[in-house]
Design a protein around this ligand. Structure first.
Ligand code: SF4
Length: 343
């Protein structure tokens, strides 16, 4: 087995749960977050943002392709006709012990086992890369791995809003299909407080631009982010912004004050008062009632902990969630079920 490619590629830590569920290939095309100021965020705090060159990224794609080829060859040698399984992965590790210390080897194996259909570009804001360079990397990725059916990434509203429609369209047509955007809230006061670096107007512009360019758009919001003081304006303005955008998905990520974040200090000092479970459900009810769009509403994270009187989760963790408006009443009925425990 001739080794002509250096087997090295980077993987980052974070990706949406839906990408874990589909065993996506993780390709780290930029490092960390170029903004890094949101007061609730603990993700890249000690790390500095950096761009990566298309040449470096193409080499890494070649490295991954080389591992895939070796796994295929091993599979045929072992009589599995190209099928990748644990025995194949272990056999290659025995032949090439260097792979044992390669972070990402198991990820590539699992990606192949699951059909090599999806990829996720890391880290926090891939479209920070100049669009022509991003297009170059995407085209290369698609050529090297024709089995890919879906390529997705995180993106900041601020950056999307600044890109020209032609640039967004070129990125979309080069093969980036879904953008995961951290909206958090549609309330301007709260956006300022949490240092999100974007206004609700810019979020709407960005969301509409992304949809017009043909992206599948997944917007994340944080129930409870405004605490007791801003719960109603948070619910109402988040619904207002999401109605304007009408994305494909919205995903609930309930707020908690993560240790070491500035917002945790506000919580510790009493400046921010957390919502009780009943208040969280009331906020959710206000927002859901106001939603008038055609997105799927998803509670696909363990943090969506609300239960009924029997301890059963109120909402499915399914990545496809509840289709609005058809399933709006189902969601509202589940909230009532949860709230009945507090009456
Ligand atoms: S933009 Fe995203 S990754 Fe960056 S600091 Fe804000 S929440 Fe964290």
């Amino acid at each position: 087995m001739e080794d002509t490619q250096p087997c090295h590629f980077e993987t980052g830590i974070y990706r949406p749960p839906s990408e874990g569920g589909s065993f996506s290939l993780l390709l780290r095309i930029t490092r960390n977050c170029p903004w890094n100021r949101c007061t609730f965020c603990m993700m890249y705090k000690e790390e500095k943002f950096s761009l990566r060159s298309p040449e470096e990224l193409k080499q890494e794609i070649d490295s991954i392709a080389s591992i895939c080829d070796k796994l295929q060859e091993t599979s045929h040698q072992l009589g599995y006709s190209g099928q990748i399984n644990r025995n194949v992965a272990m056999d290659l590790l025995e032949k090439e012990p260097a792979l044992q210390v390669l972070p990402g080897y198991v990820m590539v194996v699992n990606w192949l086992i699951s059909g090599a259909k999806t990829a996720f570009l890391q880290d926090a804001n891939s479209i920070q890369m100049r669009s022509e360079k991003l297009v170059e990397v995407l085209l290369y990725l698609r050529v090297k791995f024709p089995s890919l059916e879906r390529v997705t990434s995180y993106a900041r509203s601020k950056t999307i809003a600044k890109l020209e429609p032609d640039e967004l369209k070129a990125i979309r047509e080069a093969g980036l299909e879904r953008l995961h955007v951290g909206l958090e809230t549609g309330d301007d006061e709260l956006l300022l407080e949490i240092k999100k670096g974007v206004t609700s107007e810019e979020q709407i512009i960005a969301g509409k631009k992304a949809m017009a360019a043909g992206f599948q758009l997944s917007e994340y919001w944080m129930p409870g982010l405004g605490g007791k003081a801003k719960t109603i304006q948070h619910a109402e303005n988040t619904a207002r912004v999401l109605n304007e955008i009408d994305p494909n998905y919205i995903r609930s990520r309930p707020f908690f004050p993560a240790p070491g974040t500035p917002i945790q200090e506000d919580f510790a000092s009493g400046k921010l008062e957390m919502l009780s479970i009943g208040e969280q459900l009331t906020e959710l009810k206000i927002m859901m009632e106001k939603l008038d769009f055609t997105a799927k509403v998803c509670f696909d994270h363990d943090g969506n902990h609300w239960t009924d009187g029997n301890g059963q989760r109120l909402f499915s963790l399914d990545y496809e969630g509840y289709q609005f408006p058809q399933e709006k009443e189902t969601v509202l009925a589940q909230i009532e079920k949860g709230l009945s425990g507090f009456n």
